[in-house]
Design a protein around this ligand. Structure first.
Ligand code: ARG
Length: 439
């Protein structure tokens, strides 16, 4: 069952065997491992290192293992060291000694590296597709409520009027950047490590470009040691996933705030809310809170692998087996959060009236009033001071700016005429200048 043992006198201790085994989690890579082996075997035959009949037998055996795993006829369990041993042992069990030739001119070091890269590439596509769906959910929600205006905030203090749709489009921009980042990471990782062997290549004249092309990589890596010891691509993707989660957590925070009674801007559908075991009135935004919480877990996965890789000497070290659980958890968690958010958004009901009344409180047209004064020839810095004093006056008298009479406004200077009311009207400000882009 073991891939090694010739040079050992004593057998491995039971506790070491289970401590060392990665099968329980690297079984995720069975498909990639078999594709890598098939490509390797075809190359060995093309380079006349294996006879054609031998290669055919091996490839047929590998394909049989793949279909038996997929139909649950061959469960991935047992005392194997890893998925590579599991597949090779089962191959030998099925086709006999010829199966022992598969590992010619290959090491598990380049084998696991190519498996991980193939897996990472397919996950890039899945994340990109789901991010794209999320941007569609955001755009749809914005379109559904395209006449809703709301306060835009800085420092979580009401600042200026914006449209709800435009606020959501900000998240669309973030997730579109995330898509670009992942595309870029995928492009950088697109070099095959297969054929680097343990760290120093092989005395056989193998064709690394052939396997690279067959597996869909742009080219083979330049350096053997780098091929087996590089885990940058996992770190880069986990950084990208961390940024996605950071973006999601900001959206979640806003959704949680907005669905509080204090804001009362939105209501999340029952399908994505939960209740309390004691307080009958409660409707909690658990989905958004969980996504916000899982952000910490994804950051943790990144930091864990960064710390594992720190100061590792070249080339392969067993420490690197720790890359798998961290990466699998990181990508699975990120994907599930993206999917939940994309499905929750269509259930959101927007309370436009509440948003609009929040706009009317908090002097959100103060900047526009200053712009009005500038139009009348007042330098902006002076206009800022005048409007500041007007706001103070409004606060003392419990009025909004648009509620002041012309006489009251004129107490602060002779610049005002009736056109001011149009100028600071919330809906009309959105029609002026580049603010039109928000509509
Ligand atoms: N399970 C190992 C890993 O994930 C596979 C590579 C083993 N290589 C070795 N030289 N022991 O890293």
């Amino acid at each position: 069952m073991k891939l090694w043992g010739g040079r050992f006198k004593n057998s491995e201790s039971k506790i070491m065997e289970s401590f060392n085994s990665s099968l329980s989690f690297d079984k995720t890579l069975y498909k990639e491992d078999i594709s890598g082996s098939i490509a390797h075997c075809s190359m060995l035959s093309k380079c006349k290192i294996l006879k054609e009949e031998e290669a055919d037998l091996i490839i047929k055996g590998l394909k049989g293992i793949l279909s038996d795993i997929e139909s649950d006829k061959l469960p991935i369990t047992g005392d194997y060291e890893d998925i590579h041993s599991f597949i090779e042992s089962n191959l030998i069990k099925r086709i006999g000694d010829v199966g022992k030739k598969l590992h010619t001119a290959r090491s598990r070091n380049d084998q696991v590296a190519v498996d991980m890269k193939l897996y990472a590439k397919s996950k890039c596509d899945e994340v990109i597709e789901n991010l794209h769906n999320l941007t569609i959910s955001l755009k749809n929600l914005g379109d559904k409520y395209n006449d809703a205006v709301m306060p835009g905030y800085t420092h979580l203090q009401r600042a200026q009027v914006i449209t709800f749709k435009y606020h959501l489009l900000c998240y669309v921009s973030m997730f579109e950047r995330d898509i670009k980042r992942i595309r870029n990471a995928k492009e950088i990782l697109d070099e095959s490590p297969l054929g680097c062997c343990a760290l120093a290549g092989t005395t056989y004249d193998i064709d690394r470009e052939f396997t690279a092309k067959k597996l869909g990589f742009k080219k083979a890596v330049d350096n053997f040691l780098d091929g087996v010891s590089d885990r940058d691509y996992l770190l880069e993707l986990m950084s990208d996933f961390s940024i996605i989660m950071m973006h999601l957590s900001r959206l979640c925070e806003e959704i949680i705030l907005w669905s509080s009674k204090e804001f009362s801007f939105i209501e999340i559908g029952d399908e994505f809310s939960t209740g309390s075991s004691i307080m009958p009135q409660k409707k909690n935004p658990d989905a958004a809170e969980l996504i916000r919480g899982k952000t910490g877990r994804v950051y943790g996965d990144l930091i864990s692998l960064l710390t594992t890789m720190k100061a590792l000497p070249l080339a392969y070290n067993k420490d690197m087996q720790e890359d798998k659980e961290a990466f699998f958890d990181c990508v699975d968690t990120t994907l599930s959060c993206i999917k939940v958010m994309a499905e929750m958004l269509p259930t959101v009901k927007v309370k436009k009236e509440n948003m609009k009344s929040a706009v009317k409180k908090g002097f959100l047209n103060a900047t526009e009033l200053a712009d009005y004064l500038v139009l009348k020839g007042v330098p902006f810095r002076d206009a800022h001071g005048i409007v500041g004093r007007i706001v103070l006056y409004c606060e003392d008298n419990d009025k909004s700016i648009e509620e002041l009479s012309l006489e009251e406004l004129k107490m602060f200077g002779d610049y005002f005429d009736l056109s001011v009311y149009d100028y600071i009207d919330y809906d009309k400000t959105l029609l002026r200048g580049i603010k039109k882009e928000m509509i």
